[in-house]
Design a protein around this ligand. Structure first.
Ligand code: BGC
Length: 928
C-alpha cells in the first residue's frame, strides 16, 4: 500500500509545468506530494528520464524534493526528455508521477544558422513599425520549432496565424549582455511546401523612450530580427531556415509606437505591410553569445476587465472607467465611422475635478490614436505599447456604449501562489491593492511604476518588496533573470546601478537600500524558494557590492556622505523634496552596509566558503561597532530620533547592549504614539517598522499603525478609493486633488511591502527554513480583527494558516505540506512541532474585548483605542486640537504622567475655553 499519493509531475528550475527551449542543460527538478500518511517521510526518490526512446531510472537516497540536481547526462541543444518521479519512505514506494517534458533550447551560439536582419531604408525612428517577411519551402514537419528574438519588440505570424501568446517579446533585459529568445512549438502552423513568416517590430525598450530624461534609442537606432525555423521531418532529419538577406521588409499599419507615448495606427493600411513597397534588409552584426533562454514566464494578456461606467466630464469629454488601476491597454469596438476618422484614447490613473489627471504621467503622452478604416464594426487595440490607467478618455468615436470597451491587462504571466484575507474589509482591500500593484509592476522587469516616463527597474523598490512578491506569485524565474541583469550591469568596482537594466548610466551609483538589492534579493529568493544555486551564482555580485561599500567606509567603517536616496518619501518630506527624510542618510547607509555584509557572510557559510564568511563577519562587526559608537547613546537613543532609524537598528541587530535595545524599543513605540499612530517612515523604514514594534512587545501599537485610516497611513488610500498602492502616502490629498510633487504615481508597490508582515505575523505563516521546508506558525491576533488567514503554495505544496476569534476562543487551522514541518507557537501555549497534514487548535482568545480599564498613564490613554478615540473626538469638538495628530503632539511630552492629567496637559499652553466641558466628559474615563 502506497504511503503517499503520486508526486506531482516534476517542475524544472523555476518554471511551471513542461518547458520548451530551456536554457539549463541540467535543469533542477522539484515536485510536491499532495497527501501522505501521518508518519510518511521521503527517504529516497527515483527519477525516470526518457530521451530518444531510451529510458533510465536514477535512484537517489535523499529526502530532498525541491530543486534537486538533474540526475542524468546534461541535455544537448534541442534535446527533449520526458521525466517522472516516484518517492519512497522507509516502508514503500509511491506511484509514479505524471510525466513532464523538458526540451533544451539552443545552448551554444553555433546552433544559430540565422542572422540578425534589419530593414535597410524603412524603419528609422520616425517611420512606421516595419514588418519583416520571409518565405521558404519546407518538408512536412513532424516537429516544428520557431526561435526568435529582436532588437525592439515583436509579434510574429506564421502562415497567417499568430505565433504564441506573448506580448512585448522578447521583453527587457540588459540587452548588450543578455537578450532572451523565445521558442515556440509551430508544428501545427507549418505546411509542406511554401511557408511565410511575418514579424512586426516595435520600438519597445530597445529603441523607444526610456527614462525621465526623454532619451530614445538607448540601445541602438536599428530594429532587427533574428528568427530560426527548425523542422524535423518524418525521418528525423532537421531542416533549418532563418533570417538572412533574402528576407524583405515593409511598413505595417502602425505609424508610430512607443511604450511611454502610445501607438498610432492607420487601420486603412494592411497590418502586415504592402508587398509593393518592399524594402531589402541588411544583415547586422550582433554577438549571438548574448542570447539566453527565458528563466521565467513571458508577458501575456492575463485578464480582460470590462468598463464599469462611461462618464461625461465637466468639459464634455467621454471617459471610460474600468473600476481598477491596471496595466495594459484599451480595446474598443467602434461602428460606422468615416474612413480616416481619428479616434483618440488617452489614459490616466485618476480623475481630478472630473477630468483625466494626467500630470502624474509627466512627459509620457500615453495616447493611442487610430485612423479608422470606416464603415462597419472595427476593433481598436494597440499591441506595441502599454499604459497604467483606470480611466481612458475617448474622442472621435461618438457615443461609446459601456459594453464596447474593455481593458486588456498585461504583465509577466506569473503563477499566483499567495493569498490573504481578514475580517477587516479595508485591510482586505489594501491587500488586493498590493496584488494589483505587483501585477502592474512586473511587466518583464520589476519596476517602480507603470504609467509615467519611468517604468524602470529601480533596485530599491524590489529590494523592499521582494519578500511580499515571493509570497504572492512565483517570482523565482522572473527575479533570477533580473538578478542576472544586475550582475551584468554592475560596475567593475562593485557599484550597483540605481535601475536594472541600467539606462541611467550613473558613473558611481552607490545608494543604500537601492544597491543592496544585490545582496537582499538573492537572499529572499533563497529563503522563499529554497534555491541555493542562486546564492552561488550571485555571491560574486553580492561580495563586490559589499566590498565597494567597505571601501567607501574606509577606516572609519562608517559609510557617510555622498549621494543617497535615504529613507525616500518619508511622509514629512515636502512634496518637492522627497529626499528630506527625518532619518539621516548616513545612518541609513551604514545600517545597510552592516546588513548586506551579514547576508554575504551567511551566504558564504551556506555555500561552505568559511574563509569568505569570516571576512564579511569582520566587515560587519567593524561597521557595527562604528555605528554603535557614532550613532547610538548608551540608553538606546539614536542619532536620528525617527522611526526608520529605530526600526533598522532593532531589526538588523545594531544595538549591542540590552539596555540599548529596550530603550530603542520603547522609543520607537513612543514615536508611533507621538505621530498619532500615523505612518512616519519612507521606503526604508516602512517594511521594518511593524516587525520592530512586535519584536519589542508592542503588537497593539503595530496594529494601531496598520489600521489607521487617516493620512498618512496604509489604509488612507483605501478610504480615497485606491485600487492599487500609491507611491506616496498622499498621492491623492484628502481634498481629492493630486499631490503637487513629481513623485505621484498611483501604482507603486514599495509601500505595500507591509503585506509580508500581514502574511507572516497577522496570519502567522512564515518561512523558517529555505523554501518553507520548516514553517513558523505564530499568528498574532488583535482585538480589531476577528479572523485572518494566509495561504501559500510553497515549493513543497500548499501551506495555510487561518484563525478566528469567537466567544472567547481562538481557533487556528493549519495546513502543512508533505515534506515540511511547522513550529507552532500559539498565544499562551507551549511551542510545538507538527508534521504534514491539517491541524486545528482551540485556545483561549488572547485579546481583551470590552470591559473598561482605567488607564494609569498618558501612554495608557494612547494605547486604549476606545478611550483614545474619545479623547481625540472630545478635544476636536472642544476646539482644543484639530485632529488625532494634533492631540498626539500635545500629549506626547507627558507620556509618563498620570492619565488623570490628560485634560490639564491638553490645555498646557493655550486658552482654557472648554476646559470644564472636556474635564466633565473625559475625567470618568481617565481617573478612578
Ligand atoms: C522612482 C522610485 C525610485 C526612486 C529613486 C523614483 O522616481 O519612482 O520608486 O526608487 O525614483 O529614489
Amino acid at each position: 500500500m502506497a504511503r503517499c499519493t503520486a508526486p506531482s509531475a516534476p517542475r524544472f528550475e523555476h518554471h511551471d509545468g513542461s518547458v520548451l527551449g530551456i536554457g539549463a542543460a541540467a535543469p533542477r527538478l522539484s515536485w510536491t506530494i499532495a497527501d501522505a500518511e501521518p508518519g510518511f517521510a521521503q527517504t529516497a526518490y527515483e527519477v525516470e528520464v526518457t530521451r530518444a526512446e531510451t529510458t533510465r531510472v536514477f535512484p537517489v537516497e535523499a529526502s530532498d524534493q525541491v530543486l534537486v540536481p538533474w540526475p542524468a547526462e546534461p541535455l544537448v541543444s534541442r534535446e527533449e526528455a520526458a521525466v517522472r518521479v516516484r518517492v519512497r519512505d522507509a516502508v514503500d514506494w509511491s506511484p509514479w508521477s505524471a510525466t513532464s517534458t523538458v526540451e533544451a533550447g539552443l545552448l551554444s551560439p553555433e546552433d544559430w544558422a540565422a542572422s540578425f536582419i534589419s530593414p535597410r531604408t524603412l524603419a528609422d525612428l520616425e517611420t512606421a513599425a516595419p514588418v519583416i517577411r520571409g518565405r521558404f519551402d519546407l518538408p512536412a514537419a513532424a516537429v516544428g520549432r520557431l526561435r526568435l528574438t529582436a532588437h525592439g519588440v515583436y509579434e510574429a505570424r506564421l502562415n497567417g496565424h499568430r505565433v504564441g501568446t506573448e506580448v512585448l517579446a522578447p521583453g527587457w533585459t540588459s540587452y548588450s549582455h543578455r537578450l532572451r529568445y523565445q521558442t515556440h512549438d509551430v508544428t501545427d502552423l507549418l505546411r509542406e511546401g511554401s511557408n511565410e513568416l511575418e514579424v512586426v517590430l516595435g520600438n519597445g525598450w530597445f529603441r523607444g523612450r526610456l527614462g525621465f530624461l526623454g532619451e530614445r534609442g538607448l540601445y541602438g537606432d536599428r530594429l532587427a530580427l533574428l528568427a530560426q525555423l527548425e523542422v524535423t521531418d518524418a525521418h528525423g532529419e532537421l531542416h533549418v531556415v532563418g533570417t538572412d538577406d533574402s528576407w524583405t521588409a515593409a511598413e505595417s499599419r502602425v505609424l508610430a509606437d512607443d511604450l511611454y507615448d502610445g501607438q498610432r495606427t492607420d487601420l486603412r493600411r494592411p497590418m502586415w505591410g504592402s508587398e509593393s513597397a518592399a524594402d531589402v534588409v541588411d544583415v547586422v552584426p550582433v554577438n549571438l553569445g548574448v542570447l539566453v533562454a527565458p528563466d521565467g514566464p513571458p508577458v501575456r494578456v492575463t485578464q480582460v476587465v470590462p468598463a464599469v461606467q462611461v462618464l461625461r466630464s465637466p468639459s464634455g469629454a467621454t471617459i471610460l472607467d474600468f473600476g481598477q488601476v491596471l496595466v495594459g491597454w484599451v480595446r474598443l469596438r467602434v461602428r460606422g465611422l468615416a474612413a480616416g476618422a481619428e479616434v483618440m484614447v488617452r489614459h490616466a490613473e485618476v480623475l481630478e475635478d472630473g477630468e483625466l489627471g494626467v500630470r502624474p504621467l509627466r512627459t509620457a503622452r500615453a495616447t493611442d490614436t487610430y485612423l479608422v478604416a470606416g464603415g462597419g464594426e472595427e476593433i481598436l487595440e494597440p499591441g506595441l505599447t502599454f499604459h497604467g490607467f483606470r480611466y481612458a478618455e475617448v474622442s472621435g468615436a461618438g457615443e461609446v456604449p459601456v459594453e464596447d470597451a474593455e481593458a486588456v491587462v498585461i504583465g509577466s504571466d506569473l503563477q499566483r501562489t499567495g493569498w490573504f484575507s481578514c475580517s477587516d474589509p479595508m485591510l482586505a482591500r489594501f491587500h488586493d491593492n498590493v496584488v494589483w500593484g505587483l501585477r502592474g509592476n512586473t511587466v518583464d522587469v520589476p519596476t517602480d511604476c507603470p504609467q509615467r516616463d519611468e517604468r524602470l527597474g529601480w533596485t530599491g523598490d524590489i529590494q523592499v518588496f521582494s519578500p511580499t512578491a515571493a509570497f504572492l506569485f512565483n517570482v523565482g524565474g522572473f527575479l533570477t533573470s533580473w538578478l542576472a541583469d544586475l550582475s551584468a550591469d554592475q560596475l567593475p568596482d562593485g557599484s550597483v546601478p540605481y535601475v536594472i537594466p541600467d539606462v541611467l548610466h550613473d558613473p558611481a551609483p552607490t545608494a543604500a537600500a537601492w544597491g543592496d538589492a544585490a545582496a537582499v534579493v538573492p537572499w529572499v529568493l533563497h529563503e522563499r524558494t529554497g534555491d541555493t544555486g542562486i546564492l552561488a551564482r550571485q555571491l560574486p555580485s553580492m561580495r563586490a557590492w559589499v566590498d565597494r561599500l567597505d571601501a567607501l567606509a574606509g577606516e572609519s567603517h562608517l559609510w557617510a556622505g555622498g549621494f543617497q536616496f535615504g529613507d525616500w518619501l518619508d511622509p514629512s518630506a515636502p512634496p518637492d523634496d522627497p529626499f528630506a527624510a527625518k532619518t539621516a542618510p548616513d545612518v541609513v547607509a551604514t545600517a545597510h552596509l552592516i546588513r548586506s555584509a551579514d547576508l554575504v557572510a551567511q551566504v558564504a557559510s551556506i555555500l561552505g566558503q568559511d574563509a569568505v564568511a569570516g571576512h564579511y563577519r569582520v566587515v560587519a562587526a567593524a561597521a557595527r561597532s562604528a555605528f554603535g559608537r557614532e550613532y547610538v547613546t548608551p540608553g538606546g537613543r539614536l542619532l536620528s530620533d525617527a522611526p526608520t532609524a529605530y526600526a533598522m537598528a532593532l531589526q538588523w541587530d545594531l544595538l549591542p547592549t540590552s539596555e540599548q535595545r529596550v530603550g530603542a524599543q520603547r522609543r520607537l513605540a513612543d514615536l508611533v504614539r507621538a505621530s498619532g499612530f500615523h505612518i512616519d517612515t519612507g521606503f526604508v523604514g516602512t517594511p521594518l517598522v511593524t516587525d520592530a514594534l512586535v519584536g519589542g512587545g508592542d503588537l497593539d501599537v503595530a496594529y494601531r499603525l496598520l489600521l489607521q485610516t487617516s493620512c498618512p497611513s496604509w489604509l488612507y488610500p483605501v478610504t480615497m478609493g485606491a485600487t492599487t498602492v500609491w507611491e506616496r502616502w498622499d498621492s491623492l490629498l484628502p481634498d481629492g486633488s493630486i499631490n503637487p510633487g513629481q513623485m505621484t504615481s498611483f501604482n507603486h508597490y514599495a509601500l505595500g511591502a507591509v503585506a509580508d508582515w500581514l502574511h507572516r505575523v497577522v496570519a502567522g505563516l512564515a518561512p523558517a527554513a529555505p523554501g518553507y521546508r520548516r514553517l513558523v506558525v505564530e499568528p498574532r491576533p488583535c482585538a480589531a480583527l476577528t479572523s485572518a488567514s494566509a495561504r501559500h503554495l510553497t515549493p513543497y505544496g500548499e501551506a495555510a494558516v487561518s484563525w478566528e476569534r469567537d466567544g472567547g476562543v481562538f481557533t487556528v487551522d493549519v495546513i502543512v505540506p508533505v515534506g515540511a514541518r511547522a513550529t507552532v507557537q500559539l498565544p499562551g501555549q507551549e511551542e510545538q512541532t507538527v508534521g504534514h497534514g491539517a491541524h486545528r487548535w482551540e485556545v483561549p482568545d488572547p485579546c481583551r474585548v470590552g470591559g473598561h480599564r482605567i488607564p494609569r498613564t498618558v501612554r495608557d490613554v494612547f494605547d486604549d483605542p476606545a478611550i483614545w478615540t474619545e479623547v481625540v473626538n472630545a478635544s476636536a469638538a472642544a476646539g482644543v486640537a484639530t485632529d488625532e495628530t494634533a492631540v498626539a503632539k500635545r500629549l506626547t511630552p507627558f507620556l509618563d504622567d498620570p492619565a488623570g492629567e490628560v485634560v490639564e496637559r491638553l490645555f498646557a499652553h493655550g486658552p482654557r475655553d472648554g476646559y470644564d466641558t472636556l474635564t466633565k466628559q473625559l475625567q470618568p474615563l481617565l481617573a478612578p
